[in-house]
Design a protein around this ligand. Structure first.
Ligand SMILES: [Zn+2]
Length: 502
């Protein structure tokens, strides 16, 4: 199965599940409403990311003009063939010398690696030996070659390592963000940077993928990793089992499409290397922290992760615009910055990533509906998005105040109600906040912001009543609850800029 030649992209087209080729998409041979479809949202997101990474490395436009032409018009089949010719051998899942994202020989010093179920390559599903409650350890026994390629890429680029000494990818466990277009082809090109944009990894003499030119150095300078090599970095040695050719067609459990070839297991091995610094990945927001060292302060860069399950809007500072938070600076991904520098249209931001605790996945955060962002937030301002930033900052500061009044003290006793209150706050205010991000009007911006804060205030008062309800009947807590309610009302007054809040 070759990612540059075969029909491997799982889509729904005119209500039919099918696979189409990359050539079908880039040459405009598929329907405009075709969408990538898989049974897991993280795999759908990874399939798009895989396509974008292929296009960024192989169909790299020279400049802004060339990129604009690609967005406006499909490329010809002859052009497609010309671009892919040098790379055909590198993107074949079962190639006899260079199998895609695999190591041809996986030896261990002591013993042969044990073959493990393909399920282990899907983040968040239990390993064969785990104690499980909700998912069976044998939930996914075989998948089609297309889904295998997507899962291999996702494991290497987005997921935590396998644990037990396996290395993480170049971005650890990152948030990835893309701009959605009107159709699949537009979405792909919206997220491609032209060669002259700067900031793209430029190393030309070290651009072969690691399955063609394996990692041999124990210490690696990130500036020496080329664009293709970095986008397809594989931190583990993995080899798929031989493909199984079925007697009759089977339905793949991940994409739901019939296939006569399946993959059931793989072998894996960890190996040691150290990337000394941050590789400038175009799909990640960066966190830059100034660390005090003995001689002089040093900037440490990492990809922005999801640290908790709070709604995605709380991550917009850094995902969408630059922001300084305490001693660190957060910068949007190069692709996002490039898009908003060159477009004045409304944005649809697609965001995906895992919340992890070391090798364990705690939560999947792949927003199936993109966040719509009004272009008004960046217009007529020297600092784009500054007023959106101020609005979100005020809401976040208000959340902190809500937390502090949800701890009710009574002598030695303390009741902590903040976890429940914050959960309710995020649930009940999410749609109002996304609404203002999407629908703000230039002339009524301040008025609409005030309306949002009024709504938030109403919701918060109700939440405080709810979470303290049980304790209001206990005289020992009542005084403190009323005190805290008064503090909350004062903070609501500040949010609404009222002198005498009721
Ligand atoms: Zn499949």
């Amino acid at each position: 199965m070759n990612l540059l030649l075969d029909k491997w992209i799982p889509v729904i087209e005119k209500q039919i599940l099918k696979r189409i080729s990359l050539q079908d998409v880039l040459c405009g041979k598929c329907d405009d409403d075709v969408t990538i479809t898989l049974s897991r949202d993280d795999m759908e997101f990874a399939a798009l990311q895989l396509i974008i990474s292929i296009c960024q490395s192989i169909f790299l436009p020279e400049n802004e003009n060339e990129l604009k032409q690609r967005i406006d018009n499909p490329i010809s089949e002859a052009e497609y063939q010309k671009f892919i010719t040098p790379y055909k051998e590198w993107f074949d899942l079962f190639h006899n010398k260079y199998p895609f994202m695999q190591a041809i020989e996986v030896h261990t010093v002591k013993k042969e690696p044990i073959s493990i179920s393909i399920q282990n390559i899907l983040p968040g599903l239990p390993a064969e030996t785990s104690h499980v409650f909700f998912n069976s350890a044998k939930e996914v026994e075989k998948i089609c070659p297309s889904c295998t390629a997507i899962a291999l890429f996702n494991q290497a680029a987005n997921a935590p390592s396998f644990g037990g000494g396996f290395k993480y990818g170049l971005r650890n466990v990152p948030i990835t963000a893309f701009i959605q277009g009107d159709n699949l082809r537009a979405t792909i090109w919206n997220n491609i940077l032209p060669k002259d944009f700067g900031n793209l990894p430029q190393a030309q003499d070290n651009n072969e993928p690691v399955w063609v030119k394996p990692i041999t150095d124990s210490k690696i300078d990130p500036s020496q990793i080329g664009l293709l090599r970095g986008l397809f970095w594989q931190p583990a040695k993995i080899k798929l089992s031989d493909k199984i050719v079925m007697d009759k067609k089977n339905t793949c459990m991940l994409c739901g499409i019939e296939t006569d070839t399946m993959v059931a297991s793989f072998i894996r091995k960890q190996f040691n290397f150290e990337v000394e610094g941050y590789w400038n990945h175009p799909h990640s927001s960066k966190i830059i922290t100034l660390k005090k060292k003995k001689e002089k302060p040093e900037s440490v860069i990492s990809a922005m992760p999801f640290n908790n399950s709070n709604p995605t809007w709380t991550y917009l500072p850094g995902l969408l615009y630059q922001v300084e938070i305490n001693a660190e600076s957060r910068e949007p991904a190069a692709t996002i910055r490039h898009y908003y520098d060159n477009n004045d249209k409304a944005y649809k931001l697609m965001v995906g990533g895992y919340v992890n605790k070391q090798a364990k996945i705690k939560n999947r955060r792949h927003d199936t509906r993109p966040i719509s962002i009004s272009p008004i937030w960046k217009s007529k301002s020297e600092n784009p998005f500054s007023s959106l930033g101020d609005t979100l900052k005020e809401v976040k500061q208000f959340v902190e105040k809500l937390k502090s009044v949800c701890i009710i003290k009574c002598g030695e006793n303390k009741i902590n109600l903040k976890k429940r209150a914050i959960e309710l706050f995020y649930q009940r205010t999410e749609s109002d906040i996304y609404n203002i991000i999407k629908n703000v009007h230039l002339k009524k911006k301040d008025e609409e912001k005030r309306e949002l804060f009024k709504e938030i205030s109403k919701i918060t008062k109700k939440i405080f009543q709810e979470v303290t309800f049980t304790y209001r009947h206990k005289p020992e807590y009542l005084v403190e609850i009323l005190n805290n309610e008064h503090k909350l009302n004062k903070n609501i007054g500040k949010l609404l800029k009222e002198e005498n809040p009721k």
